[in-house]
Design a binder for this molecule. Structure first.
Ligand SMILES: [Zn+2]
Length: 413
């Protein structure tokens, strides 16, 4: 063990940014335990501000010792210890003062918390916990605190274009709904809540109102064809025009093709064995070998082939530049699909008809939940690394952190 001289103590005080009446009064290195302990104290007779009303000059009533984990000093874990005074305020009685290096009730300094927040954007909280040698529930508490503050501080007074999507966790058992501001300069997740029913939209509308926004100012919503979201939007965002997200529309079509294939595979087991991805991937994403295989299959008199070819023609709806022309094209496509007599395809065509204006509207808004799709892949990666989130709260917080563009963390001078 080794102490430090007077001059060194001043240096530590300066490095910690301590001001009167606080100063570092003792430093102990313990190389065997790889630990650095800094003792901080205030000058005898010092007076403090009341934490409640900020009135200066309050006398110290008593003190309570506390230790905070600080940033490592090279390979040494560093800790600050201080006796935290309780002061007597004429108006508020006995109150514990706020120390400048940590927030109330935290066992970590602000700089340590800033490090945790910076790392949390890049790696799973469990991995940070292993790295710094703390239990991850303690670190989650830090992350929740700062993310909650940042989420709460959001100004949504300019939010007009909205994207809604759901994402699952706990092996698809549970869902959260993610509400995104789709304004080009603002694209980010602004609200996350549990479930994917109509009520989630009501919750969002309430949150919007509480953060300077106005549900009547939401003019565009991009979502999947979920009836629950649609009903919620109609009721709680009454001025919004709905666009059905291109990705989700095509997902429904893929499901229809797959249903045709599965039904037919019972009859043509050998021919359709292991061909699922051939029909679902775009031809330009297949290898030469797979393309040859597909070409062979396309010569067969199969329902799957008819469904596949009809589906390929659907893509052109999104490629056409002129909205009127695109609508006309889709009308013909729907007529053909219904004439195919392939039940899943007919079902898909009828669903398009039932959601017509929102499908066509894509050509006016070009809205896409692409941000959400990108977000989903980030979350999936984080989920794999962290082996699942223990609670919906952790999952929501991670979405805010990854996709919320929040400046979550302590305010450092
Ligand atoms: Zn006071």
């Amino acid at each position: 063990m080794m102490g430090a001289g007077m001059h060194d103590l001043d240096l530590f005080s300066a490095a910690l940014g301590l001001d009167e009446p606080w100063e570092v009064v003792d430093v102990q290195f313990d190389s065997a335990r790889r630990r650095l302990d800094l003792r901080i104290d205030f000058a005898k007779g010092a007076r403090f501000r009341c934490p409640e009303c900020d009135v200066p000059g309050c006398k110290v009533h008593d003190t309570e010792p506390h230790t905070w984990r600080h940033l490592n000093f090279f390979q040494h874990e560093a800790y600050l210890t201080a006796r935290v005074p309780r002061v007597i305020c004429a108006e508020h009685g006995v109150r514990q003062v706020a120390v400048p290096w940590a927030r109330e009730r935290s066992d970590f300094t602000l700089l340590f918390e800033a490090l945790v927040m910076a790392l949390a954007k890049e790696m799973p909280v469990k991995a940070i916990a292993d790295l710094v040698g703390e239990h991850d529930t303690k670190l989650w508490r830090i992350v929740h605190h700062y993310v909650d503050l940042a989420v709460d501080a959001q100004d949504l007074s300019h939010t007009e274009q909205l994207g809604i999507d759901d994402t699952s966790f706990r092996r698809g058992q549970d869902y959260v709904s993610v509400f995104c501001d789709l304004d080009p300069g603002q694209r980010r997740a602004v609200f996350v809540c549990e479930g994917r029913d109509q009520d989630t939209v009501a919750q969002f509308a309430g949150f919007l109102s509480d953060h300077g926004g106005d549900p009547d100012h939401i003019t565009e919503v991009c979502q999947d064809m979920s009836a629950a979201y649609l009903a919620g939007v109609r009721e709680h965002l009454p001025q919004a025009q709905v666009t059905f997200d291109r990705f989700h529309v095509k997902q429904k079509l893929s499901e229809a093709i797959d249903t045709v294939r599965r039904a037919e595979a019972k009859e043509h087991k050998q021919l359709l064995k292991n061909t699922r991805y051939l029909w679902l991937k775009r031809p330009d994403n297949l290898t030469v070998k797979q393309l040859d295989w597909l070409d062979e299959l396309l010569l067969q008199p199969l329902d799957t082939v008819r469904a596949y070819e009809q589906a390929l023609r659907f893509d052109d709806f999104y490629e056409l530049a002129d909205p009127a022309e695109a609508e006309e094209y889709l009308r013909r496509w729907v007529t053909d699909a219904k004439a195919s007599d392939l039940e899943p395809l007919v079902g898909f065509a009828e669903m398009l008809e039932a959601h017509w204006s929102g499908v066509i509207r894509w050509h006016h808004t070009r809205a896409s939940n692409g941000l959400l799709e990108g977000l989903n892949s980030l979350i999936q990666a984080a989920k794999r690394r962290a082996r699942g989130y223990r609670s919906a709260r952790n999952y929501k917080t991670m979405i805010y952190l990854v996709a919320g563009k929040l400046t979550a963390g302590p305010q450092l001078a």
